[in-house]
Ligand binder design. Structure first.
Ligand code: PNS
Length: 168
């Protein structure tokens, strides 16, 4: 039976830290599904389709990585996809409390699916999607923090947003 892992997240947008985690994880499993949460309660910068398309573009050479989106409970999605593991990146102590709570809740909801934590390369331990968005929104360079295609998508997005703000 194939070992399938799910790497869930908001990925708004995907960063080089996420990519590092995905590439480190896929080596351990037969297949990795990068799963973008479609959360109607949040208002992300990129739509779920835009996020999925960006990740597909960035990981197009990784033949054992699939990119998808999900709604509802992560464990239900993992179960539907026959996943045996959830992958989460752990950057610093500040991530730990939230990640531990989430992994224990998920284990309670489905004891057959375990969460595995991966540490990113140290150059990405400070990196968050929120920081990337803030830098890009203020006209700073995000080169080296996100792939080129994401850099371009951020530029386009904020160009558009500043036009709207200017018009209002
Ligand atoms: O990138 P993020 O925002 O830290 O990812 C959080 C995510 C998507 C993994 C988490 O919010 C999630 O799994 N949401 C789905 C709802 C769910 O299953 N909740 C129960 C666990 S607390």
């Amino acid at each position: 039976m194939k070992k399938i892992a799910i790497y869930p997240g908001t990925f708004d947008p995907i960063t080089n830290g996420h990519i590092d985690i995905a590439k480190r994880s896929v080596r351990l499993f037969d297949k990795l599904i990068v799963a973008v949460l479609n959360n109607p309660k949040k208002t992300p910068l990129f739509t779920v389709n835009e996020r999925v398309e960006l990740i597909r573009e960035v990981l197009k050479d990784e033949v054992t990585i699939e990119v998808d989106y999900f709604n509802g409970l992560l464990v239900d999605y993992a179960n539907k996809k026959q996943g045996c593991a959830i992958i989460r990146g752990l950057r610093a102590i500040s991530d730990f409390e939230y990640e531990m709570q989430m992994s224990l809740i998920n284990r309670r909801l489905n004891p057959n699916i375990d969460t595995f934590f991966k540490m990113p390369s140290e150059e990405y331990t400070f990196l968050t999607s929120s920081a990337v968005k803030e830098i890009a929104s203020l006209g700073g360079s995000v080169a080296g923090l996100v792939p080129r295609v994401v850099e371009k998508a951020l530029k386009d997005k904020f160009k558009h947003i500043s036009v709207i703000q200017f018009e209002v």
